[in-house]
Design a protein around this ligand. Sequence first.
Ligand SMILES: [Zn+2]
Length: 248
Amino acid sequence: MTPAADRREFLGRAGLACGLLLNPARAELAAAGASAPVTPPAWDVPRAPLPRVQWADLTVLDEVLIPPDRPWRLPQRRLRPRFVTVHSTGNADGRADAPAHGRLLLNGLRSEDPNSRTGYITWHFTVDATRVVQHLPVSEQGDHADFRGPGNHESLGVEMTSAAGMTPADVLHRTAFLLARLMRQHDIAAARLVPHQHWPRPPDGSRKPCPAELLDAGVPGERWRRFVGLAQAYRNGLRAYRQLPPIA
Ligand SMILES: [Zn+2]
């Protein structure tokens, strides 16, 4: 099987990563058998953090870094994170978990968008209900938000995915905990946790309604505010929690 055929086969199973919706190559997606984009159901945001006794599980992070020699990694593009951009895969059928997205990025997830810097889509972390998979070091820019804009230059990209059998609340707890760690490590305030929707994209300044499950009519509303509140609650709790190693 050629690499391209392998990738298409994988995309067919993975559904539509958020980043793929930046990609106008719909014909290729259709050929891959990916379902048409649909608005996924809204997720209920938990109102309070999990009890601290359960936090050790939230700290687990699997590193599946894209090898530095791949053309979709550009180690010289240094990142000093000032924001965290939150995405969701929005795949309503939920066929791909976080490790599956790790494999997808290892193989290279191509972008046909002429504005793309590398011709590929990358981000830093994928979170599902049971694990966090890291794809890029936090000191290096990805290609997940707005091409050559501040979203890519200044933010870490976190992609949420809920595979079959997973509970969205578990994805949200794990994501909020990761955001809290990143907030502490990089001194990022809650106001700088932003949805992908925050960043206008060239050439027309349009904003992608992502993460769709946490937006109200395509824009941040009460659900997004509650999610940021959950991350802030974990952040507050981390002040009195055991020291965690910094994420490299
Ligand atoms: Zn997105």
